[in-house]
Design a protein around this ligand. Sequence first.
Ligand code: BGC
Length: 268
Amino acid sequence: MTDATRFLEGQVAVVTGASSGIGQASAIALAQRGAAVLVNYAHDEDGAEETVRRCSDLDARAVALKADVSREDEVRAMVAAAVEAFGAVDVMVANAGIQKDAAFTDLTLADWNAVLAVNLTGAFLSMQEAVRQFRRQGRRSSRALGKIIAMSSVHDVIPWAGHVNYAVAKAGLAMLVKTAAQELASEGIRVNAIAPGAIATAINRDVWSDETKSAALLELIPYGRIGEADDIGEAVAWMASDAADYMTGHIMVIDGGMELYPAFRDNG
Ligand code: BGC
């Protein structure tokens, strides 16, 4: 009998930036539903191996692969490696992201470029190569020809002082997703994004690990808790599935209410 919880059995996912945080949780959530996962990482090999181990513990096939998503040749090699290992790519989770924060006039061109390169160009390249692969392999076991899930942020709409490179990259990513979705829908390719709020991962450890800063952060979250990476991983698994087959061009906000203008609770 088939196991209904393993609704991604036979599917292959590539998750970029899967050595920690949201990428790691996404890889594990996909593996739990039976998908084979290529675990991409940029630097943290140990983290990627840990992700692979946790996927294997769930009886899913997984391999780690180092690639810098801002480099076209490395992105091509990453998708080729997934095809080599698992025979296809059905799901691309363009998750890899970095922050290099600075006040507006202190932000160096190098740090502006670095964040745009990974968070926006990296997503573009990952999505583009995935689409080429979807076309090459043709329709497989899911209703869609292929599925793309990009990791945006509440900062695709919420301006963020001291993080202009990051906010601009995420705003661009939101339009990248919508435009690609419009262009690719007729081929049966679904392109969606998740916009997480404050999720406790390495990227914002300085905030949630500090009592004063995390209390201030909680003021921005009506639901009253900082998110966990699994809150996002679960949505990734669902978005990748046929249950979400009619969804494309959507940016799903998962933020405990952060985008609900919480400052207006007792003001305005
Ligand atoms: C950022 C986090 C931040 C959160 C809410 C995310 O996109 O990466 O550092 O805590 O947005 O502001």
